[in-house]
Design a protein around this ligand. Structure first.
Ligand code: FMN
Length: 205
């Protein structure tokens, strides 16, 4: 089967790409509205784009032509917190994607405990295994839908005790979840360990 991309609607292209580019990690993001309401939503167009400094990138789309609350709040305050949730939080991750008016806090609605951050004013989720406080670095628009790739510098890592040993993340301990297509998710499958390949310092990112 072949598909000529220009024959697809943007919705069909979204369904195709979001089913093909899998599994995607999920950035579970808290932001603060201009009036101080804590917003929470998941985003799976997510990766890291630099390690010096540590930069995370997330693609935030629009709803009915307007920036989603997360995007609008990041533009407004320049601060946010990216969490990595685990499988016990999957339901809350999914539920937090529901649309609510800006004055409704998804974190409060879902009964999720929060804690103050250290370097940003935006609170973090107290029970997420990972919380990365971020300061906005760059916004890059892509395509015709108004989607924005938002890049932020991590200004503090919060890692649950026991998650990192000798500088390495204990992946089973992290127990991350990922998005497949639509409302489908996956947890960690089998971990396969291969031999270490030689890399020059230049080749290592
Ligand atoms: C697991 C998951 C991943 C998602 N990933 C994205 C994404 O990468 N980009 C995006 O714009 N919306 C994504 N969404 C949809 C947003 O979470 C949804 O539009 C949400 O209502 C946005 O909330 P906000 O308006 O409070 O920012 C995702 C939804 C789910 C359930």
């Amino acid at each position: 089967m072949q598909i000529e991309p220009t024959t697809l609607t943007p919705e069909a292209t979204y369904r195709l790409l979001s089913g093909l580019v899998v599994p995607r990690p999920i950035a579970w993001i808290t932001t603060l509205s201009p009036s101080g309401v804590l917003n929470l939503a998941p985003f799976s167009c997510f990766t890291f784009v630099s390690n010096k400094p540590p930069l995370l990138g997330v693609n935030v789309g629009r709803k009915a032509g307007r920036r989603k609350d997360t995007g609008a709040h990041i533009h407004h305050r320049g601060e946010y917190v990216v969490h990595i949730g685990n499988s016990s939080q999957l339901n809350a991750i999914h539920e937090s994607s529901a649309e609510h008016p800006e004055d409704v806090s998804e974190a409060e609605l879902l009964g999720l405990a929060t804690a103050p951050s250290e370097t940003v004013a935006v609170p973090r989720l107290a029970d997420a295994p990972v919380a990365m406080e971020c300061r906005l670095s760059q916004v890059i628009g892509f395509g015709d839908t108004g989607a924005e790739f938002i890049v932020g510098e991590v200004t503090r890592f919060h890692l649950r005790d026991g998650l990192v040993r000798d500088g390495k993340v204990e992946t089973l301990e992290l127990d991350p979840v990922c998005r497949i297509g639509g409302p489908n998710y996956a947890t960690l499958g089998r971990i396969v360990t291969l031999r270490q390949m030689k890399q020059t310092a230049k080749a290592a990112m």
